[in-house]
Design a protein around this ligand. Structure first.
Ligand code: UDP
Length: 338
């Protein structure tokens, strides 16, 4: 009998790609989303890719009664929690909104998972490592004090899960994403930032399509080979596949410890300038960019040591950064009807 997975925030960028991979791996997926930061574009894209309609429950995970009702209706073998606010700058301006939304929703989910014996996968972020003392970053690298309420909610939710696993005999995995970029090869799902994008790749593709005039590269005086920051850009489909491996590990009872953390990245540092140059080359276009002052809160260099994920999850990134940047551009062009 196939297993059922709840994907909270499944209509968003990462959730939609994970839904496709889970479904193609044979899982039944129920998407639940309050649609606060997306429309139905990605949901419709998911159904088109899969050739079937998946359940989409429009609900808010801060609503305890709605969460209870959801778990009464379905029997989930595992859940993946994506539903959260994610804009760093907004979280600095509106910390209470971030704490209330991101913590309340996860507490409600944990309560339900405890009552129903559901395995929990939490979507965490490399932001928990801050400016690392050593690179690449392993799962043993010390967490640094969060530099934003958003980052703080990621750390706190990791701790909530760790403590619930320890106290209630639950099982949980936290996946720490580095920088997810790109889009599905079908160009039917991808990133849909509202307003001016904060992240690099959507800003690049919007500049290339003419929606933005010029990309600002924040800082070219960092102590790195070309002066721009180093990150670990992980392809969104590769990242989605890591979730399938992690869910399978939980539902098949293959975990070594009841709570595990895995870094999900490529292990390759890429500078902002290298990324911009690769985008121009692979898509045969010229991008309008200029160097601008450093952005407050940016760390100089952070990339993953993904060897634990390879060893234990049997997962490894496979797409090249060029393939990923081509997929991001194909998605932007499709959005523009080109
Ligand atoms: N960046 C940039 N211009 C932009 C957006 C981002 O130069 O318009 C740089 C940013 O300074 C960082 C890298 O791109 O070095 C990745 O930033 P992003 O916001 O995508 O992810 P982060 O690593 O901050 O989570």
């Amino acid at each position: 009998m196939s297993k059922t997975v709840l994907v909270s925030g499944g209509a968003g960028f990462i959730g939609s790609h994970v839904t496709v991979e889970l479904s193609q791996a044979g899982y039944d997926v129920v998407i639940a989303d309050n649609m606060s930061n997306c429309d139905e574009t990605n949901y419709k894209g998911v159904c088109a890719i899969l050739g079937k309609t998946l359940p989409l429950i429009k609900m808010d995970f801060c609503d305890e009664a709605a969460v209870k009702a959801l778990f009464a209706k379905y029997r989930f073998d595992a859940l993946i929690h994506f539903a959260a606010f994610k804009a760093v700058g907004e979280s600095v301006a509106e910390p209470l909104m971030y704490y209330k939304n991101n913590l309340d929703s996860f507490l409600n989910i944990l309560q339900a998972a405890r009552e129903h014996g559901t395995n929990v996968l939490f979507s965490s972020s490399a932001t928990v490592y801050g400016e690392p003392d050593e690179t690449p970053v392993t799962e043993q690298s010390p967490r640094k004090p969060a530099t934003s309420p958003y980052g703080n909610t990621k750390q706190m939710c990791e701790d909530f899960l760790r403590d619930c696993v320890a106290a209630y005999g639950m099982h949980g995995i936290a996946l720490c994403y580095f920088n997810p970029i790109g889009a599905h090869p079908s160009a039917l799902i991808g990133e849909l930032p509202r307003g001016v994008p904060n992240n690099l790749v959507p800003f690049i593709t919007q500049t290339a399509i003419g929606k933005r005039e010029c990309l600002s590269i924040f800082g070219n005086d960092y102590p790195t080979p070309d002066g721009t920051c180093l990150r670990d850009y992980i392809d969104i489909v590769d990242l989605a596949k890591a979730h399938v491996c992690a869910v399978t590990r939980m539902v098949e009872g293959k975990m070594d410890e009841p709570y595990e953390i895995f870094n999900i990245g490529t292990g390759r540092p890429v500078s902002v300038l290298e990324l911009v140059n690769s985008f121009q080359k692979v898509n045969a276009l010229k991008l309008n960019y200029r160097f601008a002052p450093r952005r407050e809160g940016d760390v100089t260099a952070v990339w993953a040591d993904p060897s634990l994920a390879e060893k234990k999850l049997g997962w490894k990134a496979t797409r090249t950064v060029e393939e990923t940047l081509a997929s991001a551009w194909a998605w932007e062009k499709r959005l523009a009807g080109k």
